[in-house]
Ligand binder design. Structure first.
Ligand code: GDP
Length: 523
């Protein structure tokens, strides 16, 4: 037995979201370096190859440490950190969204030359909907970037969130001199001659150094100082409650590659990022993390990385109590008892099997087909069922069929399993019963096609239908005659009717024509 309360307090479970090339891998690696998991920094990878490969697998290959593709756990500064991987691809997949259901906070990495990229908005909506605290890191300060004020404005305008700069750049690119570390009342010097000169204390007003220093002669000093004063006068005030509710994002600047500003970022982040909290059940109870009985939920199911093993891993976020290897739990959906003996855990720097896990931790349960995404497992007599994970409205659709009509059996098996894993969503055309796949991002189709061929020996033909607006309707309001070529009628996996509108005009036209029919959208 561990001291549960104490252990929970040390946990910090988060995801890093970013656009490809913004620097997520580099930051992750720097964190591992700070945590003593790897010994030297360096670029860990070349170009991204296989889509199925996680960024972390490349770290693993290069470093020879045990990083699974999905969770990275290590200790730093008295905290046990769990980083959950979110694939950084052009288009986010549902996997990314669901991962956000299993974290307590999020770090958003932005390339300071590029600013906020449009796809980030959708991710942000989900983060906001869940009131997850979000911390922003503007990366690549060692390159010429956009003015810091512009970046802040853009963040506020695009994502509709208040910002509070925890530090402020003194120049960037060629003339990068340092950071005003507003939160710690110091200046962090870029590339100081010696480590002792790295941090210089600020005066009580927080707008100048206590002792004169050559950094004050740099061409960018005055400007940075004026901006800091402006922010002090006219900027948002730091408000921890607003941070915890996801209303205010603390903003940091730095360079992951140069390891500049990263240590202070991580320390400050760990200070304000919340420890694991309570989770709501379907009967509106709150399950507190320190309650004795173990409970958790499945947020992701992944095919085994080892192609020789066809089993899958169900990723379970521990919500309450202590997990111990070999314990018996109940799977709520089926009422079945399951013994959790074949379970992996994710310590980055240790190969020994960790035998227990506490709230905030992720365990990987080997699965032979028992689990579905969103499943609750619990210990003890008192039934627990966590609120359903949200379904995300797919935006892209394709017709799908088996290339070889004689191989229907493997086709159906593959489709059923991959849909159950949450790789992709499936619909059937109302009349013909044809299969239609729906996805949030294009990548999901590619993964689906690849896995069908590789794991189920079933080549599939995908015919793009383009983007559609999916809207659920109540079956009682429905007359199949309402369907047309501009609003296809389909059923979702639970047999609920859904219209796929060609575009927003088609939806508007429908609304005008059938004002009494409620159209509902998911997240
Ligand atoms: P990811 O796709 O978000 O994981 O981004 P990576 O961490 O792979 O970084 C993409 C590229 O940007 C790599 O070539 C990195 O070396 C580079 N990079 C990352 N951080 C920085 C930085 O702070 N400054 C500079 N100049 N390059 C960086």
């Amino acid at each position: 037995m561990v001291n549960l309360k104490e252990q929970i307090d040390t946990r910090r479970t988060f995801a890093i979201i970013s656009h490809p090339d913004a620097g997520k891998t580099t930051i992750t690696e720097q964190m591992l370096l700070l945590g003593g998991v790897v010994r030297s920094a360096g670029t860990v990878k070349g170009r991204k190859g296989n889509f199925a490969k996680s960024d972390w697998m490349e770290i693993e290959q290069k470093r020879g440490i045990s990083v699974t593709s999905s969770v990275l756990q290590f200790d730093y500064d008295g905290k046990r950190i769990n980083i959950l991987d979110t694939p950084g691809h052009e288009d986010f997949s549902e996997d990314t969204y669901r991962t956000l259901m299993a974290v307590d906070s999020v770090i958003m990495v932005v390339d300071s030359a590029k600013g906020i990229e449009p796809q980030t908005r959708k991710l942000f909506e989900i983060v906001k909907e869940r009131h997850i605290p979000i911390f922003t890191f503007f990366n690549k300060l060692d390159r010429d970037g956009r003015p810091a004020m512009d970046l802040l404005d853009e963040l506020e305008d695009t994502l509709g969130v208040a910002t509070y700069p925890m530090n402020w750049p003194i120049g960037s690119g060629q003339v990068l001199s340092g950071l005003f570390d507003i939160y710690h009342q110091q200046v962090e010097v870029y590339r100081p001659a010696n480590a002792a000169g790295r941090f210089l204390p600020l005066n009580a007003a927080g707008n100048d150094l206590v002792d004169a220093n050559p950094i004050q002669q740099t061409p960018v000093w005055e400007e940075a100082r004026d901006e800091v004063e402006l922010l002090q006068d006219a900027g948002n005030k730091f408000d921890e409650k607003a941070v915890l509710e996801g209303e205010l994002t603390p903003v940091f600047f730095g360079s992951a590659l140069a390891g500049f500003g990263l240590e202070t970022f991580l320390q400050t982040y760990l200070k304000f990022a919340p420890a694991p909290g309570a989770k709501e059940t379907t009967d509106d109870q709150l399950i507190e993390p320190d309650q004795t009985d173990f409970s958790g939920f499945v947020f992701k199911i992944q095919a085994n990385m080892n192609p020789n093993h066809r089993d899958r891993i169900a990723f379970v976020r521990v919500v309450s109590g202590e997990f111990e290897r070999g314990m018996d739990v109940t799977l709520k959906r089926t009422g079945k008892k399951i013994r959790l003996s074949n379970v992996t855990q994710f310590m980055a720097d240790s190969r020994e099997n960790v035998e227990n896990a506490v709230p905030g931790d992720i365990i990987g349960v080997y699965d032979t087909g028992n689990f579905q995404i969103g499943d609750t497992i619990y210990q003890g007599k008192k039934m627990i069922e966590f609120k359903e994970l949200p379904t995300f409205t797919p935006e892209l659709f394709m017709h799908v069929r088996a290339k070889n009509v004689l191989k229907q059996k493997s086709f159906h098996k593959g489709v059923t399993q991959l849909v159950q894993e949450g790789t992709i969503q499936m619909y059937t055309a109302w009349d013909s019963g044809d299969y239609i796949l729906g996805a949030v991002g294009q990548l999901q189709f590619e993964v689906f096609q690849f896995r069908m061929a590789n794991e189920y020996n079933s080549e599939v033909i995908l015919e793009p239908m383009g983007s559609k607006i999916a809207r659920w309707v109540n079956e009682d309001d429905l007359d199949p005659k309402m369907a047309s070529s501009r609003n296809l009628l389909v059923r979702d996996r639970a047999e609920n009717p859904v219209f796929l509108f060609e575009n927003m005009f088609a939806e508007r036209w429908f609304n005008d024509k059938y004002p009494d029919v409620q159209l509902e959208q998911k997240l």
